[in-house]
Design a protein around this ligand. Structure first.
Ligand SMILES: [Zn+2]
Length: 148
């Protein structure tokens, strides 16, 4: 059972249980300090795409004092350890994705909203034809622009 399946049921449905988060961090070899667990609790309370500032605001709003450098370093650590994904949609603003399942994205250029799409919905056909052997996963971001 992969990390995703093991923890999936306890995440994204409101603040996850603290002991689940401690196990999740440990499974990714992250020392579960109080601040990291508190931030993970906010991050994994739902599936969302967010900027570091959003998380900082959320922490402040929930009465949890944390500095922005700590937010940035924690997010970077989570990304490095494969717990969060970095989404480069707008080069001026890095977004993070709390959904640890493999999936693709559709970005609506007009509203700026990002929709998660199942991996199976987007396939890389004949990857070998372009000299891309052994493709296991692919990050796909589909940018759409709608009329009106
Ligand atoms: Zn996503």
């Amino acid at each position: 059972m992969g990390l995703e399946e093991e923890f999936e049921s306890g995440l994204y449905d409101g603040p996850p249980a603290k002991d689940l988060l401690v196990r999740l961090l440990k499974a990714r070899r992250i020392r579960p300090t109080e601040q990291r667990v508190a931030l993970a609790r906010l991050v994994f309370s739902r599936r969302w795409h967010f900027a570091a500032e959003d998380l900082g605001e959320l922490a402040k709003g929930s009465g949890f004092a944390v500095s922005m450098p700590t937010v940035y370093s924690t997010l970077n650590l989570f990304v490095r350890k494969g717990l969060l994904k970095e989404l480069v949609v707008d080069p001026r603003r890095t977004l993070y994705d709390s959904n640890i399942q493999e999936h693709c994205h559709i970005w609506d250029a007009r509203t700026g909203s990002i929709v998660d799409v199942d991996m199976g919905a987007v396939t890389v056909r004949d990857a070998g034809k372009w000299g891309l052997e052994g493709v296991e996963t692919c990050d796909v971001l589909v940018r759409i622009r709608r009329s009106s």
